[in-house]
Design a protein around this ligand. Structure first.
Ligand code: PLP
Length: 385
């Protein structure tokens, strides 16, 4: 018998007390008690994202619905956007901009690299008509944590909006929405927010709200953010909200804030350092095991492997023999890398377990004895050595 442990970058495990919210009879949403829940969770989400000035819209749909809203509420035919283009999810920003009739200028860097604020400035100076800059906090396909603060400082000097996909990062890694000048932040429920898939959240700054209000020909209906922000008319829910999921998210967000975001961020730094240390130890004995990311994220680690390692078999063995569910890589990196997420309820014990299991699986697959190597390195990182 195996105890299923999920270390995937979404979905992530959900706390027991949040799950209990899902097992109750469905109740109507146009009630004072549900309005109170929605008010509380939006206030609390502001604390998670470190924003006082933004308003929060809770949407039905996975993270992509929040991305969709961040484009359809801003971009109309003829508009120009700058897309920070590196990784599968960054590509989605460009697809969305073009789908809504905009022109996407791509500032592209190879997978694994970070965008440079000074280069963003060059693009903005050369193209003053840019209405929004679309970027990603943690690009889940490459494992890179981007410089949201540095780029935000540059974008804030212009009329453009700074739009950030925080789907894989917000609630897991350091993020100061106001201080980093983020105007639209897209987040999904199923990652650091420790809620089942099905909800997404957008934090909307006053600057972003003003842009939406002055764009009357927006091609958007269901995801019209202004409707969600119009509490007087809609109480935050212009359409039937997924009340059970929102109640589960309310509980999970409470748990996060009980710890404090600073504590949660610090825990994720420790967990990801443990993984990085193990990768370095394996790489010393098995050339090709490495992290390619210029700044490996504190939310997940993308681990490249040499041909001697069969990623599909590795993932299968981890799941069937050890009950450890991990994700493979995406796009061009598929088959050449796998991913360990440490977001949400994944704790240091889970990390010790997965690293230890990998000591065994990697030794078996490559014929190189790395037994104890990853584990010792992870343990030392945990002890701050
Ligand atoms: C960074 C990032 N953006 C966007 C998405 C898409 O979110 P969803 O699959 O919830 O629509 C994901 C999902 O993995 C993600 O990691």
């Amino acid at each position: 018998m195996l105890n299923y442990r999920m270390l995937t970058p979404g979905p992530t495990p959900v706390p027991e007390s949040s799950l209990q919210k899902l097992g109750r009879q469905v109740r109507h949403h146009r009630t004072a008690d549900f309005t109170a829940v929605l008010e509380r969770v939006t206030q609390n989400l502001k604390q998670v994202f470190k924003t006082e000035r933004s308003s929060i819209a809770v949407l039905q749909g996975s993270g992509t619905s929040a991305m969709d809203a961040c484009v359809s509420n801003v971009i109309v035919p003829g508009d120009v956007a700058l897309v920070l283009y590196s990784g599968k999810f960054a590509e989605r920003w460009a697809d969305l901009v073009e789908r809504y009739g905009g022109t996407a200028i791509r500032y592209e860097v190879p997978w694994g690299e970070r965008f440079k604020p000074e280069k963003v400035k060059e693009y903005l100076d050369a193209n003053p008509q840019i209405k929004a800059v679309y970027g990603t906090l943690v690009e889940t396909s490459t494992g890179v944590q981007h410089d949201i603060a540095g780029i935000g400082q540059v974008v804030a000097q212009t009329n453009a909006l700074w739009v950030v996909d925080g789907i894989s990062g917000a609630g897991a890694v350091e993020l100061w929405t106001d201080d980093w000048h983020v105007d639209l932040l897209a987040v999904g429920s199923q990652k650091a927010l420790m809620t089942p898939p099905g909800l997404s959240v957008v934090a909307v700054s006053p600057k972003a709200k003003a842009v939406m209000e002055s764009t009357p020909n927006r091609r958007v209906f269901y995801l019209d953010l202004l409707k969600y922000l119009n509490w007087e008319k809609t109480q935050g829910a212009p359409f039937t909200p997924a009340r059970p999921l929102i109640e589960a998210m309310d509980e999970s967000v409470r748990i996060l804030l009980d710890e404090s975001m600073e504590t949660v961020w610090a825990e994720n730094v420790t967990k990801s350092q443990m993984v990085r240390a193990a990768v370095a130890a394996w790489g010393e004995r098995i050339p090709g095991i490495q992290i390619v990311a210029e700044r490996s994220a504190d939310a997940l680690t993308v681990i490249h492997v040499p041909d001697a390692v069969n990623v599909k078999e590795l993932l299968k063995e981890l799941e069937l023999s050890y009950g450890l569910k991990l994700a493979g890589a995406q796009g061009d990196w598929k088959g050449r890398a796998f991913r360990i997420s440490n977001m949400g309820m994944v704790d240091v014990t889970d990390i010790l377990a997965v690293v230890s299991a990998l000591d065994v699986v990697l030794s078996r697959q490559t014929g190189v004895d790395v037994l104890g190597a990853g584990s010792a390195a992870a343990q030392k990182a945990l002890m701050g050595k």
